[in-house]
Design a protein around this ligand. Structure first.
Ligand code: NAD
Length: 248
């Protein structure tokens, strides 16, 4: 089926659905200029993200890990949400049951106006105290030292889920409920290999949801999705979610 027809069919499912759940990954922010981990730009001072985003790396060298996160914050601060983020925020504002789940940590969905985003992997602009759980917002800025907990004075860590760590329970619970109850589940810009987020589209599908995938490449979701759109997020989402008159 030609891509325009596929988009039209998917858009009809979206228009008719009583509940929609969207899962986004790094690809939704790629056109904003935020590099994906698996892209060629995923190296910083020759360190692989897998060697920095771990509890062991933090135990070994807290300053190095914070320096990397400060660099990533600065990188994101120099970018803006794109048409994909805005299309999702506009759709949620229409008042249908709508849950936006993201694996991204860049905060672009909120900046585009989405509220109540389920952040599965944390946020670059927050620090957390490993001792007492205190959260603190961080504004972007160069590395000047390890943030200190305002309550206990201990060293804080980025409020990010690292490799090998479990996801925040409340966020995971909400994500599972939203996957189970969705009539339409849209997966955008994720390689769908990082668990447990990767299993959400399958859960939705097994409960009868129509699964729509928007990605430039084939992923494990492509095999069972009801509709696959090989296109970019910023070009495709405004066409899928726009309720303006006119055909896609
Ligand atoms: P990933 O890097 O594994 O995969 C990105 C996917 O997006 C790929 O499948 C790619 O084909 C697709 N893609 C790239 N450009 C696209 C575009 N313009 N439109 C549509 N699709 C596009 O990302 P992931 O699956 O999210 O997993 C990586 C992990 O790294 C996540 O857990 C996330 O927390 C973290 N991460 C976050 C950010 C961010 O916050 N922006 C950036 C890098 C990594």
């Amino acid at each position: 089926m030609p891509v325009n027809e596929r988009i039209r069919a998917a858009r009809e499912w979206i228009e008719r659905a009583g509940s929609i759940t969207v899962l986004t990954g790094a690809g939704v922010s790629a056109e904003s200029g935020v590099p994906t981990f698996r892209g060629a730009e995923g190296l910083w001072k020759k360190h692989r993200p897998e060697d920095l985003a771990t509890p062991e790396a933090f135990a070994r060298n807290r300053a190095l890990v914070w320096e990397w996160y400060r660099w990533r914050q600065e990188l994101v601060s120099g970018t803006e949400p794109n048409a994909a983020h805005y299309a999702l925020a506009a759709h949620a504002a229409r008042g249908v049951a709508f849950t936006l789940i993201t694996q991204n940590v860049d905060g672009h969905h909120e900046r585009a106006g989405s509220r109540d985003v389920v952040e599965l992997h944390g946020n670059l602009f927050r620090a957390r105290c490993p001792g007492d759980g205190t959260l603190a917002s961080l504004s972007a800025g160069p590395f000047t030292g390890i943030p200190v907990c305002p309550s206990c004075g201990g060293a804080m860590r980025p409020d990010i889920v690292w490799f090998g760590e479990s996801l925040p329970e409340a966020a995971l619970h909400r994500a599972l409920l939203a996957a189970e109850s969705a009539e339409v589940f849209v997966v955008v810009g994720t390689s769908a290999v990082v668990q447990p987020a990767a299993s959400l589209p399958g859960i939705a599908s097994s409960r009868g949801a129509k699964v729509i995938e928007v990605n430039l490449e084939e992923t494990p979701v492509s095999e069972f999705a009801d509709c696959v759109v090989r296109g970019t997020a910023a070009e495709t989402l405004p066409r899928l979610f726009s309720m303006e008159e006119g055909s896609p």
